[in-house]
Design a protein around this ligand. Sequence first.
Ligand code: ATP
Length: 284
Amino acid sequence: MKILLVINPISGDSDKESLIHSIKQRTSSKIEIFRTTGKDDIKKIENLIATHDFERVLVAGGDGTIKLVAEAMEDQSLPVGILPAGSANGLAYDLELPIEQEAFINVALGDKKKEIDAIKINDQLCLHISDLGLNAELIREYEQGAFRGKFGYALQTIPTLFNTEGPHDFTIHANEKNIHRRGIMLAIANSKKFGTGAMVNASGKIDDGVFELLLFKKLDVFEVLKTLTKDAQLSPEFLEVIPTKKASIQTLKKVDFQIDGEYCKALQHVEAEILPKKISVFVR
Ligand SMILES: Nc1ncnc2c1ncn2[C@@H]1O[C@H](COP(=O)(O)OP(=O)(O)OP(=O)(O)O)[C@@H](O)[C@H]1O
């Protein structure tokens, strides 16, 4: 049997060649390596999967790389071994994968699997968290900036906070109700935590057939600091949580939008629907 290893050469700041070397030392399976280029990767991975007999796919990158592999497997699903090698690795964090290289390779090459949900958002897949507003603004600035990795995000945070375009007006249709809300950000969450580790959706489960809409009403430094603690009880004045399987969101003006850390252009309308147990990932 063969393994497909998808590597994003530019993600994070880890040494991918030493990673490849370690993987080869730990398996006797034949490994086909695909290095992403940032252009037509989904189509190329889709073709590779259709023309080979792979037993699993390993992904070395961040959430954006896992997302594009998931999209390439819409017709033919293989179990995914995550090798956290991005700037933030939100999904790996949420699945409590080990952070040490040797340990996460063992998990990715192991047998224990878990089926996780995905969210279909407009015409894309979201495995981790998507949002409209402040965080998407930050990601837009980061992608245009000169520095990648955690330092790049840190560098963009202050100017983004000062120049933010919010608050925004959201009309949400979910659970057979229409509600109007004003906030700095509306997240669509499959996961409990942001890639930074911030716990914003403590009751969310990645395999329960439900996602959460998280409405952040205002910027509150004290509440933001609480998200860094383990069992953060966030004030309803700061965060409103709406669990649902399907939602339609309309904004008054165009709002910056991101899915799994990938900036998508600003828009006014989002349709989201849960896809229960969409992909299978190796866990410890
Ligand atoms: N060779 C490449 N050159 C430029 N961009 C690439 C390349 N390969 C993949 N990409 C882009 O990298 C993005 C995915 O990066 P990913 O989120 O996995 O890593 P990351 O380190 O978390 O990224 P970021 O630094 O943007 O947060 C996708 O937008 C993809 O198109």
